[in-house]
Design a protein around this ligand. Sequence first.
Ligand code: GTP
Ligand code: MG
Length: 446
Amino acid sequence: MAPAWNRTKEAARPVGLKSDGLRGSSKERVVVIGVGLKTESFVELKESLCELEELASAAGAEIVGSITQCLTQYNPATLIGTGKVEEIKNMISEAQASLVIVDHQLSGVQARNLEREWGVRVLDRSQVILDIFAMRAHTHEGKLQVELAQMLDQLPRMVDAWMGSLSRQGGGIGTRGPGETALEMDRRRIRDRMKLIRKQLETVRKHRSQHRASRKRAKVPSFAIIGYTNSGKSTLLNLLTQSQVYAENQLFATLDPTTRKVYLPDGNMNAVLTDTVGFIRKLPPNLIEAFKATLEESAEADILLHVVDLSNPSMLRQMEVVEQLIKEFHWDSKPVITVFNKIDSAPFEKQFQVRAFPRVFVSAKTGEGIDRLKRVMAEAIQALYQEVELFFPKAEEHRIFELGRETQITRRESATQGTVCYAHMTPTLLSRWKNYLVSEESVERI
Ligand SMILES: Nc1nc2c(ncn2[C@@H]2O[C@H](COP(=O)(O)OP(=O)(O)OP(=O)(O)O)[C@@H](O)[C@H]2O)c(=O)[nH]1
Ligand SMILES: [Mg+2]
């Protein structure tokens, strides 16, 4: 079987682990390797490796060996040191493994060199995550996004591996020819397909944004449920909205966003709640890029509900990972309610370990704490809207009609140069209308 980085035709299907019997009876025997620098935290390396084992199991593997190495610097040819390569070779043959997964990004050259040394397939963490995503993608949109992520992942690896083989031949004369053409053809085919997928995804994005716009016109506040994978996001959505979306004890059970109405009796108001794909440490950047349409659902939400698994021993690190991604996605201007879930299976003292505010402790399984969560959500909506003053010069007064469709205009006053409007705004809305905000300079124009 061709290595993952070279299996261009299978892009739409799982590329990493066996796509046939693995998810049935015969499990692939896998050795996992944790790699880090000596300057980095060993605890983090171990936690990440445990997570990789879970990921591999989720992809249908049986872990038959696990090993770590802390290096002063990475080896460009094999990532890990030559002694370790030898040690792992023995481990593979003793454990009769057929696949090795490295908990670190591998270049095409490194993957190919290691495959040669060990005589088995070698994958990295990103490829396993992509593999799980490929397995879980059921909708047309989900499948397209996974395929795009896999292609984005493959392209540099192909070039990388090819360049590696050229350098071993010494480069220059004799290195050009049909091989290069084949690589070019493969790359061109992938690029053409990527172009097509991107076009199709653009249509999906447009469709979604029209939906969101109509919700905005109806002035329905929105919440996005985000958090580490398996923290209980979908279970919470089901409880809050009496829905039946798929929730299971597995990593990345949810891929596609689901939006449902939630009624908050305390504030006597409606809101919408969106559940999306979970996060994980070392989330492959290609996945983030490919899942733009999905992530936009959260990006457009007024308030974030960050669901944290209080019973997980790595809870604090998981929170850090999510908080870091919130920053990376530029969602940090949004209000966040931290929802500590699974209180039914966490020791009570754990509730004193956390510092986030505002926060709510719940069990999405038993329903404990849900009424308080709804109250906090209603308060957050009320706090969301601030009244701002906007000035529209005469030439742009037509935009007041548009504003009125998006939010409530409480007052209008005619001025010599245009119109002043007072309107209720959420931070998301405000960022779109900021050019009209009354500032010191605009006071002079009014
Ligand atoms: N004990 C306990 N288990 C819970 C609670 N909430 C969710 N779970 C369990 O946690 C597992 C994951 O739940 P999901 O709702 O699928 O988690 P998720 O965050 O949507 O996960 P992904 O979609 O995979 O990212 C399931 O087995 C749930 O039954 C809770 O409050 N207490
Ligand atoms: Mg889910």
